[in-house]
Design a binder for this molecule. Structure first.
Ligand code: GLU
Length: 258
């Protein structure tokens, strides 16, 4: 097996030292194993896009000598390596998941969701989508799609049992399934969420080892549901402890950390 690692930053803020650390580990492991290191830009969240952030990613990696074997500028067999340039390839996978019962169309509006979120907060609960649209009759779903109603596609996460996987750093990780939310896979603008595109691309790009920040440990069970539902092999997971600004705060792109 050829090892393939990737650094997959979102240009939602300027790259900081934590990002460099993630890139370094991916780079070093690929080099040590005689594999490939891939750069992929995850820019499907247009609302949070920060002008100039992509250039900082390229410049920083180059300045640190973390040269990528495949990426937006030098291409490769799995290109393009910028998600907004791949935007049409995700929807068919989401539809496949709808057909197999692992995902469903949701027509709830932002306002409806905001109302239900508020209600949950009043009850002191964390809001989780209540699977309202999972229970729509197929004819109604079709009629609404035909009518052109805006929709998103959501993961149909199990509500019982436990999801388990092994992380190379943290060991066996277990999460009760009732803590997993029915995350959005395809947004109302037709673009995939980061959560969905990330899995599809890691598979299509043949990524064998996923090394990223530990903040993704709790999302990984949902990614695994996607791998399993699509019949794809899960990658090896290597979550890296958070780089801290001080004893309380992690480094954050949103806060403009160095
Ligand atoms: N696009 C994500 C970020 O910038 C990376 C997540 C991942 O490596 O899977 O935080």
């Amino acid at each position: 097996m050829t090892v393939r690692t990737r650094f997959a930053p979102s240009p939602t803020g300027f790259m900081h030292l934590g990002g460099v650390r993630t890139a370094l580990y991916n780079y070093l492991y690929a080099r040590k194993m005689g594999g490939q290191f891939i750069l992929r830009i995850e820019d499907t969240d247009q609302a949070r896009f920060v002008e100039g952030a992509t250039e900082v990613i390229y410049d920083t990696l180059k300045a640190c000598g973390l040269n990528w074997d495949e990426g937006p500028d030098n291409g490769g067999p799995c290109g393009p390596y910028v998600q907004s340039e791949r935007k049409d390839l995700y929807l068919p996978y989401a539809r496949q998941l709808v057909e197999s019962g692992h995902a469903y169309y949701c027509f709830c509006t932002e306002e409806e969701l905001a109302g239900r979120r508020q209600d949950a907060e009043k009850r002191g609960e964390t809001f989780k989508y209540d699977k309202h649209c999972l229970h729509l009759r197929p004819e109604e779903v079709q009629a609404r799609l035909d009518r052109g109603d805006p929709y998103v596609i959501r993961l149909n996460a199990p509500t019982e049992g436990v999801s388990t996987y092994v992380d190379e750093v943290y060991g066996e990780m277990s999460f009760p399934n009732d803590t997993l939310d029915d995350m959005v896979l395809i947004k109302a603008d037709g673009l995939p969420t980061y959560n969905f595109a990330n899995v599809i691309d890691d598979h299509l790009m043949g990524i064998t080892h996923v090394m990223r920040g530990a903040e993704y440990l709790s999302s990984t069970p949902k990614y695994n549901l996607l791998y399993d539902a699509l019949g794809w092999e899960r990658p090896v997971y290597v979550h890296l402890p958070t780089v801290m600004r001080d004893s309380q705060h992690k480094l954050s792109k949103r806060d403009g950390d160095a």
